[in-house]
Design a protein around this ligand. Structure first.
Ligand code: BGP
Length: 490
């Protein structure tokens, strides 16, 4: 029954095939062109066993991966030509607030910053590539973090002003916008959710940012209020985008965490329902339906928090519903009421799923979970869906002749596209698919270069060495073939 689908179903006409990156992991030029520092510029490299750390000043003796990253700032023409060579129809990227408003609240935007992105968008358009722009992707201006990050309500108006600048400046050049990357990561306990998602800084210097580990300075009430501020800011941005250009389409963006019950024990089933609500539906409900779900008060009580949503905020949320849902998909999760072996690599926790293989970084690989998530989300919201991140982080080997045989990446891509095609056959309205890290960039969670996702290899190593030279991996030709056939050849 579950496999009752038509394997000959093709991808829709105009499907947005492409790749995705984020400025804080890709752009570099951290202090060039008048740019101010962002939160990520204060975060060190790390590894799977050594968490990244945040420092309160930039120190000379430390490698900060975002400072040069892989230098899109000076390689953008070359990289966009490579994307065009693969046949991209869409390029999802992010702009840095601190490149446009160096301190977040400057009297006027930086012309140099605006012109940099204008060049990028114009070249994309010339090559037939539709830009999709994330407005905030883990890169709050550091000066605003020093003022409390998103816990400070002033950020709502500052963000709206930043958005107004973008929507006005790039009217007609950019039509697809995402407000906050993985907005639900504000719910991830510990340093990661606070610092990366909300720009809430720890007390002290040189503080580790371990994913999912509780920290004493994490105040859940503050995190939920800060997330509420982001919801309000996002809703205002959606309304404004539509006013400035009715052709604008604005999406929310969540880190999907498709969560299965570990067993058919009703307690496991309820546990999975609660986990899916928390990780996936809480944010989508607010941003797609325009209001908190009926179960929000019970949920808040369980989390030990309480939100008093004013009538004005409720009206703002109701008016600023997004046009589509975008999400990242890497892995699925399992939930159990019993105390079982914890999962590795899952932002939202859960237990280990013995049916799945893991990547070298411990992330469970589950192509079928993508089909499950697409169907669940579409049943629930009936708005178009876009997969804006999916990919495999792996340590590639460069052969003596410079070639890179990344069959594991091709297998991962193919198996996920097969499930995506099945979801489309199931009737889900999917706008497009952008592979995460289409060119090698810095890993967000571990801060490494070694964890590579790209179809394009970049000679840049942990610690900062490398020529920054670009080269094509085997997966480059594979993806080009997929796109050329509009997914008929997988
Ligand atoms: C998502 C982020 C990205 C990205 C990706 C892969 O959570 O939106 O910024 O980095 O995950 O994760 P990582 O880089 O940690 O392998």
């Amino acid at each position: 029954m579950q496999n009752a689908n038509d394997a000959t179903t093709t991808f829709p006409e105009g499907f947005l095939w492409g790749g995705a990156t984020a400025a804080n992991q890709y752009e570099g030029g951290w202090d060039e062109g008048g740019k101010g520092p962002s939160v990520t510029d204060m975060i060190t490299g790390g590894s799977v066993s050594e968490p990244r750390r945040i420092t309160s000043t930039v120190r000379d003796d430390i490698w900060y991966p975002s400072h040069e990253a892989v230098d899109f700032y000076h390689h953008w023409r070359e990289d966009i030509e490579l994307f065009a060579e693969m046949g991209f129809k869409c390029y999802r990227m992010s702009v840095q607030w601190a490149r446009i408003f160096p301190h977040g609240d400057d009297a006027a935007p930086s012309r140099e910053g605006l012109d940099f992105y204008r060049g990028v968008f114009e070249l994309c358009r010339e090559r037939g590539i539709e830009p999709m722009v994330t407005i905030s992707h883990y890169e709050l201006p550091y000066a605003l973090a020093r003022r409390g990050g998103w816990a400070n309500r002033d950020l709502v108006d500052l963000f709206v002003r930043y958005c107004k600048t973008l929507f006005t400046e790039y009217r007609g050049l950019v039509r697809y916008w995402l407000t906050f990357n993985e907005i639900n990561c504000a719910l991830v306990e510990g340093a990661f959710g606070n610092v990366m998602s909300l720009g809430i800084l720890p007390d002290g210097d040189d503080v580790p940012l371990a994913v999912g580990e509780p920290v004493a300075w994490d105040v859940p009430q503050r995190r939920y209020e800060a997330l509420h501020n982001q919801f309000v800011a996002s809703a205002k941005a959606v309304t404004l985008a539509h006013e400035i250009d009715p052709a604008n389409k604005v999406g929310c963006m969540v880190a999907s965490a498709a969560t299965y019950p570990y067993s058919c024990d009703p307690d496991d089933v309820l546990e999975a329902q609660a986990a899916n609500r928390r990780a996936n539906w809480y944010c989508c409900d607010v941003q797609v339906r325009g209001s908190y779900p009926a179960w929000a008060p019970a949920f808040w009580r369980g989390e030990g928090v309480w939100l008093d949503v004013s009538d004005e905020d409720a009206a703002t949320l109701a008016a600023g519903k997004v046009d589509f849902i975008s999400f990242s998909y890497y892995s699925s999760a399992a939930a159990s009421a019993r105390d079982l072996e914890p999962a590795t690599g899952n932002l939202f926790g859960g237990v280990n799923n013995p049916h799945l293989q893991k990547s070298a970084w411990g992330w469970a690989v589950d192509p079928k979970g993508l089909r499950w998530f697409l169907n669940e989300a579409y049943d629930r919201y009936q708005v178009p869906l876009m997969i804006v991140e999916n990919g495999l982080g792996a340590a590639d080997v460069v052969e003596d002749d410079g070639s890179i045989h990344d069959d594991y990446r091709i297998d991962y891509l193919r198996s996920h596209l097969e499930q995506l095609r099945m979801a489309i056959a199931d009737g889900v309205d999917v706008m497009g698919y952008t592979w995460w890290g289409c060119v090698d960039i810095v890993s967000n969670s571990s801060g490494e270069m070694r964890k590579r996702y790209g179809f394009v290899y970049v000679d840049k190593q942990d610690g900062g060495a490398g020529t920054l030279e670009r080269s094509r991996k085997d997966s480059f030709a594979y993806y080009a073939k997929v796109i050329a056939s509009n997914g008929a050849v997988l």
